[in-house]
Structure formats: C-alpha cells, structure tokens
Design a protein around this ligand. Structure first.
Ligand code: MG
Length: 354
C-alpha cells in the first residue's frame, strides 16, 4: 500500500458554549482535515488544530507545512515502512507539531487498515473503554458553578476546571464548584500557565487546607519556567501535571530529571502524532510517571486517534478527550463512540471511520 496523494481540507464544528481558558476564547472549531490517499484506494484521515497560543500554528501554517514540506517527503512510500515514514515526517520541517500529527494519525489509520485491525489493538490494546473529564471554561464563579452542575447532569463524573485568568478569585471559584457538585465528583484544575510559582503554592495550599480535594493541578506556571514547576511540585502535596511544558520526548526526560511535575499530559498536537507520543508514554512509564491523554479544541477525527492511543497504553491513566462533547455535532461518522463520559473503542479497522 503506497502513499499516492495527500489532500488538505477544512473541518468546522460550532461549540455548544464558548471555550475559555487563561490563554484564549473560542466559539467554533476551524481545523485542518488531512486525507492520505493510497494506490489501493484506502484513505487515511487526520486532523490538525491551529492552536497559535500554544503550538504557534495557524490554519495557513499547517496547510503550508503539509503541502510544501511533509507531503513531498513521504509521497510514494510504502505504509509498511512505518518507521521510515515517521523519520521523514519528523525531518521534513522543524516543529509544526500539529501539521505532523494530522499526517501521522492518517498514516497510523492506514497502517491499521492494512493489517485489518483496530488501531488501539495494534498499538497494545490495553483497554477498550475510557472515561473522560469535561472542561469547565474560566468565567465568573456563578457561571462556572452553573456549567459544572450542567456537566454533572449530562453524566460527567470528572470536571477539568479552567482557571489562571484571575488568580485572586481562583480559590473562591474552585471551592464554590466543590461545594456545588459534592465530593463524589473528581475535580482537576488547569491554570494554563496563569499563576506565578509563589501564587501557585499559595493557592494550592489554601485549597488543600480547605479540603477541596483536587486530584491534580495542571500547568500552574509558565511553560518555560521549569524551576517554577519544580518549586510548585516540591512545595505542595497535590499532584502537578505538566502540559504546555512537554511537547517532545526530550521535554519529558527534562521534566522527569528535574522532578518538575508528577504527571505528564500527552496531546498529539504537541508531540507531532502517535509515533512520538508512544516514546513519551514509555519514558514516563519507565520512570513511574503516569500520563494523561489530552486534546486541543479538536473534533471527533483527531480525538478518535487520541482515544485509540490512550486505550492502547497501560500508563495513560487519565483521559481529557472532551472535544466531541463540546461540539454541537460530529463532522464524521464511525470511530469510537462518545457517550457522555464513556469512550468505547469498536472493532472497525484503523481509527474506524465509515
Ligand atoms: Mg492544559
């Protein structure tokens, strides 16, 4: 099965409610879809999310990276030469991880179709059902409490609370949500780099003393402030999760060596796809660091690829794949089923789109 052509298109999906973090506000998903055509008629599908604030990529930069750099590097190659294809994609252009991720997942889709196997089974097949959290956007306390109650009523048991935009009000927000949803609901907090190291320690300790029972705090400080991450991790009892600080396997090694976090959040848009994500997951596993599988604002196309990867790995113990739950409707049929907080893998070959 040889790669014959790569076609770049668009995928759009309006959100149920605006997605707000310390870094941005988004009303509708506008992403890139990628179709890798082969000489036997099979098509692999991928998606890239332009998250300029995090990966530096835009719709224009992603399509240019794919059309002008990635596509010419792998056209004509055989799907069986997986490691060589991945090496060529990686070397075709510096960074541009979301563009690489879209092509990477389309190649994995084809590889699994070629072997007539669901992708998650080919990658290790550790489990076939995942439980995801859902994001609560950063807003004033009243609105966040209301959104949290709606999410619990929708059937979600784990909430990821976005904070970091107004540090002075963050303890109040989180405690109000805990009081409203009770202790049977798991709460994760994501500051999206919005706190200073000392602010983070103060906020997290206050939450600990208040008995807010937070499962983890994600990326409390700036992504490049590894000394700050280390300071927060060393001076609090709550688990700290590195997100924006870890893109590559090398970043994972650095975070682990510096003990700058307790967990690592793997997102295909940061790693450049499944091939590099596997390395990060295995490095973390060998060092006793559990991983979360996360996503950017992505539709069912790329979140399904992430779900296959998450299901395949023992070391991915936390799942934040709420993209499809935030969209009004899916742009594609087939793939894993997303039913409130349950994601179930199916027996369809590849990623499973019909
Ligand atoms: Mg995050």
């Amino acid at each position: 099965m040889k790669i014959k052509n790569i076609v770049v298109g668009k995928v759009e999906a309006p959100l149920i409610t605006p997605f707000k973090t310390a870094l941005r506000t988004v009303h509708s998903i506008h992403n890139i879809a990628v179709y890798v055509h082969t000489d036997v008629g099979q098509i692999g599908i991928g998606e890239a999310a332009p998250t300029a604030a995090i990966t530096g990529e835009t719709l224009g930069s992603i399509s240019c990276a794919i059309e002008q750099h990635i596509k010419p590097a792998i056209i004509g190659m055989d799907i069986e030469e997986m490691a060589q294809i991945m090496e060529r994609i990686d070397n075709s252009i510096y960074q541009n991880t979301s563009a690489k991720a879209a092509v990477d997942m389309a190649i994995f889709d084809l590889f699994a179709k070629h072997h007539q196997s669901p992708l998650y089974q080919l990658l290790g097949g550790y489990r076939k059902e995942l439980v995801t959290d859902i994001t609560i956007s950063v807003n004033d306390t009243e609105e966040m409490v209301k959104d949290s109650i709606v999410a619990v009523q929708r059937g979600f048991h784990i909430l990821k609370i976005k904070v970091g935009k107004d540090p002075a009000g963050d303890v109040e927000r989180i405690v109000a949500i805990r009081d409203a949803v009770g202790h049977a609901i798991t709460l994760r907090v994501d500051a999206n780099q919005g706190w200073s190291p000392k602010q983070a320690v103060q906020i997290i300790r206050t939450l600990e003393d208040a008995g807010a029972n937070i499962e983890l705090v994600e990326q409390p400080v700036h992504c490049h402030d590894l000394a700050g991450m280390q300071f927060v991790t060393a001076n609090t009892l709550t688990n700290i999760l590195a997100d924006e600080s870890v893109f590559s396997p090398k970043d994972a090694v650095t975070i682990i060596e510096k003990r700058a976090a307790d967990f690592i959040n793997i997102k295909l848009m940061k790693t450049g796809g499944i091939y590099q994500a596997q390395k990060i997951c295995h490095i973390a596993e060998a060092n006793g660091i559990a991983c979360m599988m996360g996503c950017m604002l992505e539709t069912k196309i790329s979140v399904s690829a992430a779900a296959h990867f998450a299901a395949s790995q023992k070391n991915i113990t936390m799942v934040d794949l709420d993209g499809p739950s935030l969209c009004m409707k899916d742009p594609i049929a087939g793939g894993p089923t997303f039913d409130n907080d349950r994601i179930r893998l199916t027996d369809a070959a590849g990623i499973g789109f019909s």
